[in-house]
Design a protein around this ligand. Structure first.
Ligand code: NAD
Length: 452
């Protein structure tokens, strides 16, 4: 695997580091540019600063064969590149709009040094219309490089897998030749996917998936990404609305949603009730979409409702658990299992699991918690009264209520008889509907699910 192309990747978070390490493993010479000194020094030591299966193996390989160069020097990296990927963060402003400071910052810096033939590829999730503003920066700096939107769809926890086996690649630019040049890079990644998966030590989940290459306009590519995330968020909030009704009507939301999703036109993915979505993407992508639609004079009421339903779920679950317990939590020991916003990642940004843990403290519970990967990351957002345990068994010891707030395999597969022996808990709150209520009940716990 060797290629003559030189690529720079700006921003080494979940998206950038995955992109850079995979491209380096495919033989490209890759400058991975990160400006945060703490992150940079961890990366230079040959490790990732976040948990992601396979990423450490790819960093080691890239550093070893010298295809991966980790640096904070954006200008000289970009000046040497045939193509550049911008993967910086796009957090939300307090009003919900997208904060594009980093996006415009990279555009400003890069456009002063880009070679005319180098393509600037935007992988960050940005509101529709951002590309035109970036192009205005290019024009101001007399930069003639092409600008292409290429939104990223990877999921944390399977980021390497998703990059090697994508279901679609979306590229939107002014000329189809520029789009094709970007698509060529992805075709080479896909041609190498098995050997890179081997280096990363990951098992391909679905090798049958054929990648769709979608070449479109700049504005459409920008809108595809935020629309996809908004629709998934909508599906989750729809499932949660039906779960609330099922609770009242004595129906079982798991059965209902499974049967509804069995219709091929609807599908089961993301049609699941639980404690709602979190993370560094869905909440801010939805609020960014609502905000940018408003700027175009469009009221996306449907997404405002989805947000409200999502934000209500932690409180809804805690209230349901308290009702089932039948007594106040005053000083009672409670354990919250899971802090990451989803299983398979150490990312705790906007994690509903953390909201649940903090809510329980506010209701008077003595809360302890355990997460296989995300303890460190959660510290800043967790109430200081919460005790972070270092193992599942120490977390379970002597507690009144168990909340499974993130569905790590370690929790879903735990020995419930052993959990009952250790905890002597009365109540088992299945915040993501991952347990069989009968099995939980057979182990002397009272079961509480979402919509069941
Ligand atoms: P992140 O915050 O984890 O990483 C961004 C990195 O960029 C940070 O380490 C930051 O220090 C660095 N950075 C910022 N400005 C820089 C500059 N001028 N030079 C060098 N480095 C710079 O973000 P992320 O989760 O990787 O997401 C990046 C983008 O991709 C966002 O727009 C996000 O919405 C989108 N996205 C994320 C995911 C995901 O699962 N995390 C999936 C798809 C799309």
């Amino acid at each position: 695997m060797s290629s003559t192309k030189t690529i720079s990747v700006i921003g080494c978070g979940y998206v950038g580091l995955t992109t850079a390490t995979v491209l380096a493993s495919c033989g490209y010479k890759v400058y991975a540019v990160e400006k945060d000194p703490k992150r940079l020094s961890v990366l230079k030591s040959g490790k990732s600063f976040f948990y992601e299966p396979g990423i450490d193996e790819l960093i080691a390989k890239g550093l070893d064969n010298k295809n991966l160069i980790i640096t904070d020097d954006l200008e000289s990296s970009v000046a040497k590149s045939d193509i550049m990927f911008s993967c910086v963060g796009t957090p939300d402003n307090p009003d919900g709009s997208s904060d594009l400071t980093y996006v415009f910052g990279v555009a400003e810096q890069a456009s002063k040094v880009l070679k005319p033939k180098t393509i600037f590829v935007q992988k960050s999730t940005v509101p529709v219309g951002t590309g035109q503003k970036v192009k205005a920066i290019f024009a101001k700096n007399n930069c003639r490089s092409a600008y292409v939107s290429n939104p990223e769809f990877l999921r944390e926890g399977s980021a390497i897998h998703d990059t090697l086996f994508p279901d679609r690649i979306v590229v939107g630019g002014k000329s189809s030749a520029d789009n094709e040049a970007v698509i060529e890079i992805y075709k080479s990644v896909i041609a190498n996917h098995n050997s890179v998966a081997k280096i990363a030590n990951i098992t391909p989940l679905d090798t049958a998936t054929k990648t769709n290459y979608i070449s479109t306009t700049l504005a459409s590519a920008e809108l595809i990404k935020v629309t996809a995330n908004a629709f998934l968020a909508l599906k989750i909030s729809f499932a949660n609305s039906i779960a609330k009704l099922a609770d009242k009507a004595n129906a079982n939301a798991v059965d209902v949603l499974e049967a509804v999703g069995a219709d091929k036109r609807i599908g089961n993915d993301f049609l699941k009730a639980g404690r709602g979505y979190g993370g560094g993407c869905f909440p801010k992508d939805v609020s960014g979409l609502i905000h940018s639609a408003h700027e175009y004079g469009v009221n996306l009421e449907i997404m405002k409702s989805a947000t409200a339903v999502n934000e209500s779920m932690p409180e809804y679950i805690v209230a349901k658990a308290l009702e089932s317990l039948g007594k106040p939590l005053n000083g009672r020991p409670v354990v919250v299992l899971g802090l990451a916003f989803k299983a398979g990642t150490s990312d705790t940004r906007r994690s509903p699991a953390i909201t649940i843990a903090n809510l329980l403290v506010s209701k008077g519970a003595k809360v302890k918690t355990y997460d296989p990967q995300a303890s460190q990351e959660s510290k800043e957002d967790l109430d200081q009264k919460i005790v972070i345990e270092s193992s599942l068994s120490s977390a379970l010891k002597n507690t009144k209520v168990i909340f499974v707030a993130t569905d790590w395999d370690e929790f879903v597969e735990m020995d419930l008889r052993e959990a009952q022996k250790l905890s002597k808990a009365e109540l088992f709150v299945d915040c993501m509907n991952r347990f069989d209520s009968k099995v939980v009940g057979a182990n002397n716990f009272k079961y509480v699910g979402v919509g069941q």
